[in-house]
Design a protein around this ligand. Structure first.
Ligand SMILES: N[C@@H](CCC(=O)N[C@@H](CS)C(=O)NCC(=O)O)C(=O)O
Length: 204
């Protein structure tokens, strides 16, 4: 049985969870308290004590892109969520890369505004993160389909990555302006009809 380590709020853990579910794989979910009791214990799975980690018959895997590579490599072709090598795959991976980069900036924003002692917050850094998030989301918004999925009639890896990022940013009070991201919010809304997305939602 595959074991996915990490909590529901992490956009990276959620991307892997959505991917596993869309591939119809059985897996166990194990939350980790990285900023608490589990920090030292978890080094046994990842020397950096970060999530996601996927425990597989081939060992513990770290870093989202490498975990996804494993899932794609070991899936039957009908269950793969990336297009075959070629221009469509490159385009799909670029959407995933943009969603990943936006998620990284969102995580940095959360650490700066929720974890750092208030008197040590660096306002210029917060302003820079906000502008990077705005620009990144604007770029994602223009690429998002008005109906259906990045994958066409079925969600693919880009849908998993974009929805994970958008829903994560939605957990940060006042960070996003719904008026600027109608397609992204509609995609997220459509995704809730599918168990792979609904059961892994940060608020599920
Ligand atoms: N590059 C990593 C990023 C993972 C990451 O930032 N995970 C966060 C949770 S959302 C974490 O483990 N943070 C704890 C830390 O960095 O110390 C990936 O793609 O998997």
């Amino acid at each position: 049985m595959l074991i996915l380590h990490g909590g529901k709020r992490s956009p990276f853990v959620r991307r892997v969870a959505i991917w596993l579910a869309l591939q119809d794989r059985a897996f166990e979910r194990r939350p980790v308290e990285l900023f608490g009791a589990d920090f030292e214990r978890f080094r046994a799975h990842n020397p950096l004590s970060r999530v996601p980690v996927l425990t597989t018959p081939d060992g513990d895997l770290i870093e989202t892109y490498a975990i996804i590579d494993y899932l794609e490599t070991t899936a039957e072709p009908a269950y793969r969520l990336l297009p075959e090598p070629g221009p469509q795959r490159i385009a799909c991976q670029q959407v995933i890369a943009l969603a990943h980069a936006v998620a990284e900036k969102g995580v940095a924003f959360v650490y700066e505004t929720e974890r750092r002692p208030p008197d040590l917050v660096w306002p210029d850094w917060v302003t820079r993160l906000r502008s990077q998030l705005e620009e990144g989301l604007a770029a994602l918004e223009t690429q998002t389909p008005a109906t259906a999925w990045f994958g066409g009639t079925h969600p693919n890896g880009a849908d998993a990555a974009v929805v994970a990022t958008v829903d994560f940013l939605g957990t940060v009070a006042g960070l996003t302006d719904p008026a600027t991201m109608p397609r992204l919010l509609a995609l997220s809304g459509r995704s809730r009809a599918l168990p792979a997305f609904a059961t892994t939602h940060p608020q599920a």
